[in-house]
Design a protein around this ligand. Sequence first.
Ligand SMILES: [Fe+2]
Length: 464
Amino acid sequence: MGGVLWCTTVLLGVLLLNSALFVNGGSTSSFVRKVEKTIDMPLESDVFRTPPGYNAPQQVHITQGDQVGKAVIVSWVTMDEPGSNTVSYWAQNSKTKRKAEGFLTTYRFYNYSSGFIHHCNISHLQYNTKYYYEVGIGHTPRTFSFTTPPEVGPDVPYTFGLIGDLGQSYDSNITLTHYEMNPTKGQTVLFLGDISYADQYPNHDNRRWDTWGRFAERSTAYQPWIWTVGNHEIDFAPEIGENEPFKPYNHRYQVPYKSSQSTSPFWYSIKRASAHIIVLASYSAYGKYTPQYKWLEKEFPKVNRTETPWLIVLMHSPWYNSYNYHYMEGETMRVMYESWFVKYKVDVVFAGHVHAYERSERVSNIAYNIVNGICQPVKDQSAPVYITIGDGGNLEGLATNMTEPQPEYSAFREASFGHATFDIKNRTHAYYAWHRNQDGYAVTADTMWFLNRYWKLEEESTST
Ligand SMILES: [Fe+2]
């Protein structure tokens, strides 16, 4: 009996000592979250309404259409008949209407037949100009607008929004509303993968792709969303005869991958204002000799920090993640590419996938070479900050379980829904802010002044 007590005491002592030794990571927020279940909005919800009128275009969304921001890809769906592929567009201060011809696609998925999905690239636009555009010509036209970015250049201010794993729950609606109401006005959304979560329904009920498109239209029709693919875009379902990965996604969403010499829509790059943005694919091969590897190997040396000081990478599965959910899923890609990220001084890596929020210190873990045993992340001012922002609010709910103690590399983590903004001021400074849904629109829960890794390689301070 005495022996057992002694053992227990020693064990407790060791545990306490352990925590004293290792609880020197960043902070884990003590914020008390909502406890209601995260559920999808019903099909008949007002945010999913179809626009009135015969063959009215719906699910309108735009994305960048070239490498530099002078083109826009406009996409929309008509339900009654194919209708026109034409987009009519005009600059705010011009009476000249131009027209561009797009193309049409449809697909079947098990027992679902898609509407008529239109895509049209409008190019040779002027920088920094508000354009109106009209789709649905001939039946029920609808008009939207967007503003092109300023010309690519080193000190061009620009504000990106960051949203991941959005889905179509009541919480997703709150996240999107908070993004729209944020006093820091995002001009383009960097979307980090996992769009509709249709694959969570029996037979991947593709009507949920349509409802998502109608739900998000209030933002996606007016500013570009830059797409990263997540696992919920794979839609691989051989049990119902669906053997073509990414089928619904590929038909519905277009990206300008060819203008960055990519051979696949899943990895590509764009320049926008003062940022060079590289989008990577967690669910395509990335090992040595693969197309993605070869593309990225050539892409990094092309980045010109004098032209685009800010180097941002997007991916779905995070490399540094201290939640128990999806733990180490990003590890194999990290092993392949992390040394390039440090060599080329990536400023920040945004990922989704884990339904929570986390920001890392600037760390790297690239010294390991099998025999030397050096496999600890170390502080590294040439390394990116890794931010996981998979907290858009989808029906799978929050990831609340964290690995304990908090690792040293993890600067701040909190299991709340939200979105972020990355507000570039000039070539040296950018203000980053994460907003949790429970707070007011103007309240930030985690902020950081980013100093550019190429122009100002100094340590930063943060406030949470
Ligand atoms: Fe995911």
